[in-house]
Structure formats: structure tokens, C-alpha cells
Design a binder for this molecule. Sequence first.
Ligand SMILES: [Zn+2]
Length: 81
Amino acid sequence: MGGPLELFLGDEVRLRKPHPCGSHDWTVVRLGADIGLRCQGCEHKVLLPRRTLEKRLKSFIRRGAEGVDVAAPAVDAEPAR
Ligand SMILES: [Zn+2]
């Protein structure tokens, strides 16, 4: 089933159902128990419980800066020597 969904500020996500403005695409603007999303079509902001977002999420369009290497194997970051 995979682990909990990893989300980062600035992630751009596509949801299964369009917003009334017609856009499917949202930007992650707040992290926490509830995830803040801003509609890319009309700038409307919503808060969704993480579980609800996981159900509605269709795909990632782009990962935010913190998630650029999310696809890489998890390794402990070692300071450069
Ligand atoms: Zn909208």
C-alpha cells in the first residue's frame, strides 16, 4: 500500500475532480494534519485532511524544492567531508 504520502511545500498536484473553476491543479501551500492547497485556476485556498487529499490525488505535476530527490532511495544524509 506504500507509506504515508510525502508532501512538500510547493508540490503541484492534480486531483481527480476539477475545482468549480475548471482547474484540476493545485499547489501545496501548507503542511500539517490538514494540507493547504491553492487552486492554480482561481487562487482559491482550501484545507483538506491528509487522508482526503490522498484519496483525491491523481498525480504529482511537479515536486516542491524539498521533494526533488523523493524518488531516490532513502539514505541518511552525511555531511560532505
Ligand atoms: Zn479554482
